[in-house]
Design a protein around this ligand. Structure first.
Ligand SMILES: Cc1ncc(C[n+]2csc(CCOP(=O)(O)OP(=O)(O)O)c2C)c(N)n1
Ligand SMILES: [Mg+2]
Length: 341
């Protein structure tokens, strides 16, 4: 962003209220927007027959970006789930890398084209490779938390999933074990209202995922997952507490899946149009933009400039990635088994 930004007089005070620096607020908007524009381009590539499958995080960007920004990059571990493009971007994934992943290219840093798209993993960024089987990452995170505790390593592990996945055994085992051993694990649940076709009421007998934490003696919080600042301000204290030995924490971010489950889904068959229209009014990007604009943090021109930068980045990433090499058949087993020297 340019150094010539003009500010209204009360902006400094408002920034302090947010407990976020101006740079952090800019990063928030940039990463949320990058995630959305990437997902839009990915879906277009899918419809053109260029990308096999898209599972997007539209509507969940605020939750993902706010949560990831509460972590120490490259130190804390993350065991994310398939929609978490926003988490990956905050932790350092570039637009070009995201497109390599989508297209299953040889140089995709997540799996070199071996996994399905959106199956994240990056050793240097401490992003744990994931399975298609939902919620298994909760147990991986618990194991990493135990290792950190035994080694007296002051790190935190954040793991995430959708609310539907909290009905699986792994969720309950992970919460139970983490609570008994007071592990530094943040269980971050992105409640987007649906597990494919099933709405919340059909997924669980309690109104909130956060209610489930009580049964395991875990502290929990619910937050408006469409509000990136609120998410950051909820996750950050939980992370700090876990780092100090305070044990695990469950956070439920109430958000909404603005798109169908995946590029292969027709959501008009199971969700009311009116419901979707109501949630579109709470789009996290619009909400953030109007909040920082109304509060005088950023003038409109600066936000427009971020939009332009992101659009250019996405255009470049898609064009560049399509020209990159595919994996070679003879490399099918590389990075699968450990090379023995
Ligand atoms: C154990 C298991 N059962 C079923 C599936 C198929 N499946 C993939 S995503 C999904 C829905 C999960 O819903 P939720 O946890 O709410 O996450 P969301 O997709 O809504 O973000 C299901 C059932 C799977 N991958 N693993
Ligand atoms: Mg869901």
């Amino acid at each position: 962003m340019t150094a010539t930004r003009t500010r209204r007089t009360r902006s400094r005070e408002t920034i302090e209220d947010y407990l976020l620096s101006e740079q952090q607020l800019e990063d928030m908007y940039y990463h949320m927007l990058l995630a959305r524009r990437l997902n839009e381009r990915m879906l277009a590539l899918n419809r053109q027959g260029r990308a096999p499958f898209v599972i997007a995080g539209a509507g969940q960007e605020a939750a993902q970006v706010g949560a990831a920004m509460a972590l120490k990059k490259g130190e804390d571990y993350v065991a994310p789930y398939y929609r978490d493009l926003g988490v990956n971007l905050v932790l350092g994934m570039t637009a070009r890398e995201a497109m390599l992943n989508l297209l299953g290219k040889r140089d995709d840093p997540n799996s070199h084209g071996k996994q399905m798209p959106s199956h994240w993993g990056n050793v240097s960024r401490r992003i744990v490779t994931q399975s298609s089987v939902v919620t298994t990452q909760f147990l991986h995170a618990t194991g990493i938390g135990l290792a950190a505790k035994l080694r007296k390593d002051p790190i935190v592990v954040l793991t995430s999933c959708g609310e539907g996945s909290t009905s699986k055994g792994d969720f309950h085992e992970a919460l139970n074990f983490s609570a008994i051993h007071k592990l530094p694990v943040i269980f971050f649940v992105e409640n987007n209202g649906y597990a494919i076709t099933e709405s919340n009421e059909k997924e669980m007998p309690v109104p909130n995922v956060a209610d489930r934490a009580r049964g395991y003696g875990i502290q929990s919080a619910m937050v408006d997952g469409m509000d990136c600042i609120a998410v950051y301000q909820t996750v950050r204290p939980a992370v700090d507490q876990a780092r100090r030995g305070g044990g695990p924490f469950l956070i439920e971010a109430k958000c909404y899946r603005l798109w169908p489950h995946s590029s292969d889904d027709d959501d008009s068959r199971y969700r009311p149009k009116k419901e979707l229209e109501e949630w579109i009014k709470k789009d996290p990007l619009t909400l953030f933009r109007s909040r920082v604009e109304d509060d005088g943090i950023f003038p409109r021109e600066d936000l427009d400039e971020i939009e332009k930068r992101v659009e250019e980045e996405v255009r470049d990433a898609a064009q560049w990635a399509m020209m990159q090499p595919d994996p070679l058949p003879e490399d099918a087993l590389t990075y699968v088994y450990r090379e023995l020297s």
